[in-house]
Design a binder for this molecule. Structure first.
Ligand SMILES: [Cu+2]
Length: 270
């Protein structure tokens, strides 16, 4: 290597080093914003709503006798609702909207893994005496439900029903997304069977402040946990700067002192 070239190389390194520093700082800022502005995910029971589209507000009362009042909601397809969730009790309660099947399955998982952490626009955790709100766009017709999935609460009857009546009149103009099938859960390719410690997932949110990551994941075989979207801690915060919302990943998760921790993660194109 000629000395001249070596100097050039050092200079190039210095530039790369400086720009990496700058980029990583920018990444922080960028990721911070993705932490708040997550891409809305179309679910069978609707999609995150825009507060400007709200035309109706319903207040749901929650109580320690494990009931929601009202426990039945009648909604027209296309409506965006502001659901004010009021916890009148002394216990923590939550509102989670979903299909009956999804909620009952999730409730069973919560009994099995009580320390799981979730956050999504179709749910609100409400501390004793507090009020929170959920803005939800019911763009699909059908019979759905809402529930409190704190371990034991669902089983004690903290469930309500949602009927979204079909708006046949607005077929042409209705939300296009409503007519597309929900994206299928990530399927486990055959080669994954060989390495059942790795779980397939999609990054939903990266939070550099709390150092947590939200993953929509397939079955976590080594934990015996079903597919769902859930918030994980990370073994090493450096994992968080390697991915962003929307990335497909493979990861290994473990339960450490009750917390669910991503031990390793790699980007992966299915
Ligand atoms: Cu509850």
């Amino acid at each position: 290597m000629t000395p001249k070239f070596a100097i050039k190389l050092i200079a190039a390194y210095a530039i790369i080093y400086c720009s990496t520093t700058v980029f990583s700082h920018e990444n922080h800022v960028q990721n911070k914003s993705t932490a708040t502005a997550m891409t809305a995910e179309q679910k069978d029971w609707g999609i995150a709503g825009d507060v400007k589209a709200v035309k109706r507000t319903i207040t749901l009362q929650m109580s320690d006798d494990m009931r929601f009042t009202p426990a039945q909601l009648e909604i027209k397809q296309g409506e965006t609702l502001r659901l004010i969730v009021k916890n009148n009790g002394k216990l923590l309660h939550e509102l989670v909207i979903g299909s009956k099947d999804a909620l009952s399955e999730h409730a069973a998982q919560m009994l099995k893994f009580p320390t799981m952490e979730h956050d999504s626009p179709d749910m609100a955790h409400v501390a004793a005496g507090k009020t929170r709100e959920v803005i939800w766009h019911f763009n699909r017709a059908g019979d759905f439900a809402f529930a409190c999935l704190i371990p034991g609460h669902y089983q004690a009857g903290m469930v309500g029903t949602i009927r979204v009546s079909s708006a046949l009149a607005q077929t042409a103009n209705d939300d296009h997304a409503a007519h597309h099938p929900a994206p299928a859960a990530p399927a486990a390719p055959a080669d994954l069977a060989a390495n059942s410690d790795m779980t397939e997932g999609e990054v939903r949110k990266v939070d550099l402040v709390t150092k947590k990551i939200m993953l929509k994941h397939g079955e976590i075989k080594n934990l015996g946990m079903g597919a769902m979207t859930m918030v994980f801690q990370v073994n090493d915060p450096a994992l968080l700067s390697q991915v962003q919302a929307g990335d497909k990943v493979r990861f290994r998760a473990e339960q450490i002192k009750g917390a669910f921790v991503v031990m390793s993660m790699e980007k992966h194109t299915p």
